[in-house]
Design a binder for this molecule. Structure first.
Ligand code: 0X9
Ligand code: ZN
Length: 517
């Protein structure tokens, strides 16, 4: 009998050993790969150069770029003449702090796991049925649900400004789940007790997606803390993952992002190739947000568009910079245009603003990807203040291209520049015929509808025409409007036959000719 029990114990020990090996072996293979290293640089050009090499930048401060790198990246940087300074930490250090000793389910301490986040959102929806509703907004590559919570006290039929809070694009940035959750908690618990919060909840709709990238979060919490991307198998090769914050579809491309599936900044096979970004795209198209914040870590920064280029500011630069400064007074972070940190294409904020007309911010929380658990509350508190400020502000301000406020002409113009940007990128890089064909159709439909807004019969007072000229003069991308001008000219020449309006039309033709001269 004793022997049988001993045998069983032995088997259990063997089983446990095997299970631990199964969990740790692939982990160690990945663990040896990455280091956090400081790279001294001379100027911003060096930062841009590193970013364009597709290197994963963790922070930029006082002429030091902190990078998360593999051996190959180290060689690349050294070949470009960069002198790498001391090794700061290896991924093992971080993993040691959060490892779960081989258990498959994560225990992330005070940090929420995927399941804990889901259960929390569900519980709030149950406990505050008048205010909160739980939603599933889509699936992930590994077939998990992506969860959202909507909070509003609005009982009227009137549309109220909508605000979106996103966390966890990057798997290792665990703090980005906590900030959305604590903000939701604040709104729910203070409703009916705090006048300002009650008013804001009544007059806004606030959406939370604390975990945009569940597959990545789980991987980071159970296997490899430093994991950044999602868990797409990239067609079955050995290189896993797409960077969700390089996959949004405005100016999607290679600046600060990589073509190579193994890179930490791999942008995917096309704009919105990933389910995790498609989920946010669909939600944003449906809800039409006035503002949003996407949380990342780290760096204590408030960033706003453009991310893809530092060569120009966005049309709402003044408004962004004003609100960013006001929020910065509350959380003591540094406000700046995103690309001035380093440029990168396919970030959430460029698409949310450039295409969807949302006042879109990216916050870099704290000083580490995963701050000490004791720091969570203070990080959340100061950012709650900043969020309340933005939530309040959007009662009176909005982006100049917000679809709820914008003219039809303006909206078509922003759509046009979006499709043109995508099309020229696809032509240069992948030449995917079918995709190009559908884009060409969308471009010509958009042009036609712009022309139709400007026909003399649809524009008797000439207001649309004046708006068009102003739009052209202020456009960063005049070339895309030239075909519209040509079509319009042809139409006007044709309409000249109608003598009643010929003088006005002639004048319009002269103006158009001067524009494209
Ligand atoms: O690189 C990113 O996606 C963000 N930083 S992180 O360390 N959290 O990965 C930066 C987003 C802001 N975008 C640019 N500075 N271009
Ligand atoms: Zn990030």
């Amino acid at each position: 009998m004793k022997g049988v029990i001993l045998m069983r114990k032995f088997n259990v020990v063997i089983m446990m050993f095997l299970m631990v090996m199964m969990v740790t072996l692939p982990v160690n293979a990945e663990l040896s790969k990455e280091l956090i290293i400081d790279v001294p640089v001379n100027n911003q050009n060096d930062v841009v150069k590193i970013s364009n090499m597709g290197i994963d930048i963790a922070g930029v401060r006082n002429n030091i770029v902190t990078v998360v790198v593999s051996e190959t990246d180290i060689n690349k940087l050294e070949n470009e003449g960069f002198k790498l300074s001391k090794t700061r930490t290896t991924s093992d250090d971080l993993r040691a702090r959060f490892t779960n000793n081989g258990k498959t389910a994560a225990d992330a301490g005070a940090y929420h796991t995927y399941e804990e986040n889901r259960d929390q959102l569900k519980e709030w929806a149950k406990n505050y049925p008048e205010l909160a509703s739980f939603k599933v907004i889509g699936k992930t590559f590994e077939n998990r649900d992506v969860h959202a919570l909507k909070i509003t006290g609005n009982k009227t039929v009137k549309t109220v400004p909508k605000f979106l809070v996103l966390g966890m694009h990057h798997s290792r940035e665990w703090i980005t789940v906590e900030v959305p959750l604590q903000f939701a908690k604040l709104l729910l618990e203070k409703y009916g007790k705090d006048d300002k919060i009650t008013k804001l909840v009544n007059e806004r709709e606030i959406w939370f997606v604390p975990v945009v990238n569940p597959d990545g979060l789980i991987w980071s919490q159970t296997q490899y803390s430093y994991w950044r991307k999602n868990r797409n198998d990239n067609g079955g090769g050995s290189s896993i993952g797409v960077d969700p914050n390089r996959n949004y579809g405005y100016q999607w491309g290679n600046v600060g992002a990589s073509d190579s599936p193994g890179s930490n900044t791999y942008h995917g096979t096309g704009p919105f190739s990933e389910l995790c970004t498609q989920n946010i795209m669909k939600l944003a198209q449906k809800e039409k947000f006035t503002a949003d914040i996407s949380y990342h870590s780290s760096g204590q920064l408030i960033l706003y568009p453009w991310s893809y280029t530092g060569n120009s500011t966005c049309p709402d630069d003044k408004l962004f910079s004003k609100i960013a400064k006001e929020m910065a007074q509350l959380n003591k972070y540094r406000p700046q245009q995103s690309a001035d940190l380093y440029p990168s294409m396919g970030d959430t904020d460029d698409w949310m603003y450039g295409v969807m007309g949302s006042l879109s911010f990216t916050f870099e929380l704290g000083r580490q990807f995963i701050p000490k658990e004791s720091e969570i509350d203070s990080i959340c508190d100061k950012n709650n203040k900043a969020m309340l400020h933005l939530l309040d502000a959007i009662g009176t301000v909005h982006a100049s291209n917000n679809p709820l406020h914008i003219s039809a002409l303006n909206f078509k113009n922003s759509q046009l520049s979006y499709f043109e940007g995508l099309s020229s990128h696809i032509k240069k890089n992948t030449n995917e015929k079918e995709y190009l064909y559908s884009l060409d159709n969308q471009i010509s439909n958009t042009r036609n509808s712009m022309v139709s807004i400007l026909t003399p019969e649809n524009d008797l007072d000439g207001n649309n025409f004046r708006e068009f000229i102003e739009l052209y003069n202020n456009s960063d991308n005049k070339d895309i409007l030239v075909p519209v001008i040509e079509d319009l000219r042809t139409l006007y020449v044709h309409e000249m036959k109608d003598t009643k309006v010929s003088r006005i039309i002639n004048r319009r033709i002269e103006i158009l000719d001067r524009l494209v001269k």
